[in-house]
Write a protein that binds this ligand. Sequence first.
Ligand SMILES: Nc1ncnc2c1ncn2[C@@H]1O[C@H](COP(=O)(O)OP(=O)(O)OP(=O)(O)O)[C@@H](O)[C@H]1O
Ligand SMILES: [Mg+2]
Length: 278
Amino acid sequence: MTALQTTDIVLEARGVSKTYTLNSGLLSGKRTIEAVKHFSLDLKKNEALGLIGESGCGKSTLSRLLLGLEPPTEGSVLLHGEAIGGMSRKGVARILQPVFQDPYSSLNPRETIGEAVERPLWVHGIKDAEVRRKKVAAVIEAVGLPKRTLSSYPNQLSGGQRQRVAIARALVLEPSILICDEPTSALDVSVQAQILNLLNDLRRTMGLSLILISHDLQVVQFLSDRVAVMYFGELVEVGRTEAVMQAPQHAYTQRLLASALDIDPDAGIPALSPPPGP
Ligand SMILES: Nc1ncnc2c1ncn2[C@@H]1O[C@H](COP(=O)(O)OP(=O)(O)OP(=O)(O)O)[C@@H](O)[C@H]1O
Ligand SMILES: [Mg+2]
């Protein structure tokens, strides 16, 4: 690998796996779930990478591994070449931030939007109130919310506005990477487009790298330079968005595309059986 390629990579999963052990009852003992299996993927500077796969295939688990919120059972995650497991939570938060599906659950109902967006600055030791005020005002404007939103409470906002607040809060520390896990799936279709446009604009104006996780091919297609396809915890295909859309290589991607495009509903969609177990 050349030096240029190495420095271009901002986040990398190297052969990560995550296995959960569940107690399935007194008599039946323990059961294991391999949520993510030997997954390798890299995100480049200024790139938008879509991660797609059906419900339960391990997308959110992978995102928690990439965010350093959970350690992988195997493999490692590197943030700017450094093992994320050895970095402080604050150090990671300055570079990498999540945006989740349901902004309501992550906003305190008793806290104003201004307080919620300012909190990360407090936590990261920015003592100057004027600096905090300016940063909060700038980021609220960047996500397209009026200033008066700062004194509102979460229950006074629409779902789309709350998702803008969640994005503002993710951006207030000026990270360079956002991992968005189903950021629009709780929203109406018209609002979905607004949030996707916002993410696209922010990516360009702020030079962000993005991972966009969705089960919806169209959402991913809209924003992504590359698409990674996940199936039963494994990476089955990754490539330039147009290439994957035009000539999908894996049978699962072909099925996904066929169902999204609804090419021939009468023909049905070929059923795929899960890959053989270990
Ligand atoms: N903390 C956990 N403990 C046990 N099992 C888990 C845990 N988190 C996820 N799983 C299991 O791992 C598998 C993958 O779940 P995950 O939430 O990553 O899927 P997903 O692709 O994000 O699905 P969705 O599209 O529905 O959000 C599922 O079988 C799930 O039940
Ligand atoms: Mg999920």
